[in-house]
Design a protein around this ligand. Structure first.
Ligand SMILES: Nc1nc(=O)c2c([nH]1)NC[C@@H]1CN(c3ccc(C(=O)N[C@@H](CCC(=O)O)C(=O)O)cc3)C=[N+]21
Length: 279
């Protein structure tokens, strides 16, 4: 079998076009454009690139972006103060704090300074609970993007075995909850899992979300599995051994052009939703 490609670029374009229309309608009604504040601490080159992409794509789709750049030496208190100010600023609709932050910062404390109504990146405890309880709220962007890709390709989830490799707070753990909400049988694998290959071999849907280049071998896959490669590693290499996986899977997300573009599209869509909720 040769896998079909899950074209994240195409699906994201459609979502961005809808988002741009909603942004324009909001702008006309409110007399101002929706606004996303991006907060970047330090000078990690990959983070700088991602934030630049988020700002460019905001602008192209009728969303204002406000860039906050803080030095590598920023303390937790300083960062919390900056985010609290953005949370209280009526002109800011959404706040994105780019992960990771420098080691001296308590990232959880910083995330929790984001007002729940502005948590368009889905990183607060409030958003996490909304995802866990299957209540309305913002999704973590990558998990939200993954669910939209699965739906765009009509991937059946109910009763299917989904194996999530990774358990990070804004990717692995929440995507497992979203899959559970859709009645998948969900297994989480992580660094202490002793039989990763066997677990992956039982999966109808594999979500790779660890950030280890080509950790998931193509020959582990059950023939016909749907493979979502959400690993972001330097040099645009995913967490899945793509060339071999494409011979066994039925559908696979490429890297780049799979999950990545959806992450940004969901961020912008949720920014417009946050703006709409203010009028
Ligand atoms: N608070 C927070 N929220 C995030 O959502 C978040 C974050 N921190 N930290 C870093 C990761 C990574 N991330 C990506 C976004 C877009 C692409 C993307 O669009 N990638 C393109 C390729 C880009 C290129 O060419 O370099 C693609 O896959 O086609 C990738 C990765 C968001 N993240």
């Amino acid at each position: 079998m040769t896998a079909g490609t899950i074209d994240g670029t195409a699906v994201s374009r459609k979502l961005l076009a809808e988002t741009a229309e909603r942004a324009a309608a909001f702008t006309e009604k409110a007399g101002r454009a929706p606004c996303l504040a991006t907060v970047l601490v330090g000078h990690d080159p990959a983070s700088e690139t991602y934030v630049k992409m988020k700002r460019n794509r905001s602008r192209k789709n009728g969303i204002t972006s406000r860039a906050v750049e803080l030095p590598e030496t920023t303390t937790t208190d300083e960062l919390v103060a900056v985010i609290t100010e953005l949370s209280n600023d009526p002109e800011v609709d959404g706040i994105l704090l780019q992960h990771p932050v420098p080691a001296q910062i308590d990232e959880r404390a910083a995330f929790e300074a984001i007002a729940p109504g502005k948590d368009v990146d889905g990183v607060t405890m409030y958003s996490f609970a909304a995802m866990a309880f299957d209540l309305p709220g913002f999704h973590s962007c990558t998990p939200g993007g993954i669910m939209r890709l699965l739906d765009a390709y009509d991937v059946e989830l109910s009763g299917k075995h989904a194996v999530v490799v990774g358990r990070s707070p804004i990717l692995g753990k929440p995507v497992g909850m979203l899959l559970l909400n859709r009645h998948a049988t969900v297994t989480y694998c992580h660094s202490r899992t002793t039989d990763l290959a066997d677990q992956v071999g039982r999966a109808d849907v594999v979500v790779a979300a660890v950030g280890k280049p080509e950790l998931i071998k193509g020959e582990w896959l059950k023939p016909g599995a749907v493979v979502i490669d959400a690993g972001y590693n330097p040099g645009n290499v995913g967490d899945v051994e793509q060339s071999v996986a494409a011979e066994r899977a039925s559908l696979i997300t490429p890297v780049p052009g799979g999950v990545g573009p959806m992450t940004i599209a969901v961020l912008l869509e949720q920014t417009v939703s946050a703006a709409e909720a203010t009028i």
